[in-house]
Design a protein around this ligand. Structure first.
Ligand SMILES: Nc1ncnc2c1ncn2[C@@H]1O[C@H](COP(=O)(O)OP(=O)(O)OP(=O)(O)O)[C@@H](O)[C@H]1O
Ligand SMILES: [Mg+2]
Length: 304
């Protein structure tokens, strides 16, 4: 069942159409990655969902709630560029956020305690935020977004600014949070989406270009691919031109000494290639049959 339904959402800034006829649903309990390159319209979309930006047209409906309902009670939000009061301590910031979200002081203290524990900031709770690392600030931001037990947690690029360690910490936390809330997070890194999400929405120039479960998308778009790596510089350059003309080869690229062929009949193409390689003693160090990855698809979708 959908927790949220978005229909024909549009946002224009002057003559710029930042979001164009966007429609999608978010399943209750799912973790959804909103993927897209810089400027695709991710932040604009999330801000509209979070009630921080008015759509130019279109509707956002929360299951079971009237169209005019104030959705902010049900939504937790972590902005792309979090702004913190550096002079506050972690727990002061949490108490403050809790009270802004409508909790009583007692509830805010209780939730702060639970959440700082969960995000691993209990020890640092009395320290000033100004002295927190980027990863700590981001974990505090996550805790803040959860303070009022929202049904939907919206996170705008929660890991983009982090180093590999911070990134892994936050992705691990997302796996925990998803047990109790529906998550929608944006990223321009496919790898992050693959690590934690069930569903993906890919947008480009404000439009939805691909959506579905990771598994379905992977299955539907997977194609056989052959990689051949040269053993001597430029050894495959002219062969690449030759091989592009072979039957059943739908795509060919030659980069960093590796020829990548996307093919339709892998066995047939493989036979032909191996024959030529043997016959002409073409110096290769690797011949591999594989499948295109989601990364290949993502790059194709965002760059086309
Ligand atoms: N306040 C604004 N005024 C005018 N144009 C804007 C405004 N905010 C965003 N835009 C434009 O709308 C488009 C979408 O921007 P948005 O910030 O939503 O993209 P994004 O996918 O979040 O990008 P990024 O990955 O860089 O965060 C961009 O072309 C941007 O320049
Ligand atoms: Mg953004």
């Amino acid at each position: 069942m959908s927790l949220v339904e978005i229909k024909d959402l549009n946002k224009t800034y002057g003559s710029k159409q930042a979001v164009h006829r966007l429609s999608f649903g978010i399943r209750e309990g799912s973790c959804v990655a909103l993927l897209g390159p810089n400027g695709a319209g991710k932040t604009t979309t999330l801000q509209m969902l979070a009630g921080l930006l008015a759509p130019t047209s279109g509707s956002i409906r929360f299951n079971g709630l009237p169209a005019q309902a104030d959705l902010r009670r049900y939504i937790g939000y972590l902005p792309q560029q979090g702004a913190y009061y550096n002079w506050m301590s972690g727990s002061e910031f949490m108490h403050y956020s809790g009270q802004l979200a409508g909790l009583s002081k007692k509830e805010a203290v209780q939730r702060t305690n639970d959440l700082l524990d969960r995000v691993g900031l209990q020890e640092a709770r009395k320290r000033k935020i100004g002295g927190y690392s980027g990863g700590m600030k981001q974990r505090l931001g996550l805790a803040q977004a959860l303070i009022h037990q929202p049904k939907l947690v919206i996170l705008d690029e929660p890991v983009s600014a982090l180093d590999p360690v911070g990134r892994r910490e936050v992705l691990e936390l997302l796996k925990e949070i998803r047990k109790e809330a529906t998550i929608l997070f944006s990223t321009h890194v496919l790898h992050d989406a693959e690590a934690v999400s069930d569903d993906v929405l890919m947008i480009r120039d404000g439009e939805l270009v691909l959506s579905g479960t990771l598994r379905d998308i992977r299955n539907a778009h997977r194609q056989p691919v052959i990689y051949i790596e040269e053993d001597v510089p430029q050894a495959l350059q002219t062969w690449a031109i030759e091989w592009e003309r072979l039957a059943h080869v739908t795509e060919l690229s030659y980069q960093d000494g590796i020829v990548k062929l996307v093919v339709e009949q892998p066995d047939e193409v493989k036979q032909q290639l191996l024959q030529q390689i043997a016959q002409h003693r073409i110096p290769i160090r690797r011949f591999e049959l594989a499948q295109t990855t989601l990364e290949d698809l993502f790059l194709k979708v965002v760059s086309s």
